[in-house]
Design a protein around this ligand. Sequence first.
Ligand code: 16G
Length: 240
Amino acid sequence: MIDKNSPLPIYYQIEEQIKKQIENGELQQNDALPSEREFAERFQISRMTVRQAINNLVNEGYLYRQKGRGTFVLGKKLEQQLVGLTSFTEDMKARGMTPSSKLLTFTIVPCTDKIAEQLEISKYSPVYEIKRIRLADDIPMALETVYMSANLVKGLTESIVNESLYQYIEQHIHLKIGYATQTLESSISSDLEIEHLGVSKFSPILFIQRNTYLEDSTPLEIVKSSYRADRYKFTFTMTR
Ligand code: 16G
């Protein structure tokens, strides 16, 4: 299915075909790809061309290589629409996946200057520091650290945090979550991310900081999240 008369380079045509097979489910996560030699023979092209296509797909996070074993499908990236103010639990359920958390830290600490300023509380007031790995269908997607005033969000427990924070805040203590500001920047994996997100050294990470406010503008949470850039893609909707 390679058109040698097309103005599109052959490596590009191969890339597009593999991407299409991943998108439509013909190729599934962890499926093995034919070897470079098989590809080259099948399409009557050079191994160099095959290697270029595969390299690009590895770099873009569609495929991964395992030494001595071959090349495999990493799967589709999760596409996250940044439109409404949703929780991780809601986002994963909306796409038919099962959310879960692995709790790394759950403590109450006296807050620092910086956090006090952002949460508009006095220095040394008690704040929750919650560090969680967020998983979808048991695959680690993000490492999230949340700071919230313990005087505002009362009665939090480890088992609540293992489920949904937003659900507790809205349905049990009846605070009204209103809006958030969020930044998104690129970064590379830290030791903690390497350990818990299953990524290697120098892997690309999407770093998000969210400050969430109640409807009456009271600061609710400061969140720092690291998402696997090879598994996640954020899309924005803009109107004019
Ligand atoms: C999302 C939010 C985070 C919030 C969490 C609540 C981002 C970047 N972060 O992960 O701010 O604390 O959802 O999730 O979207 P939960 O209700 O499932 O605990």
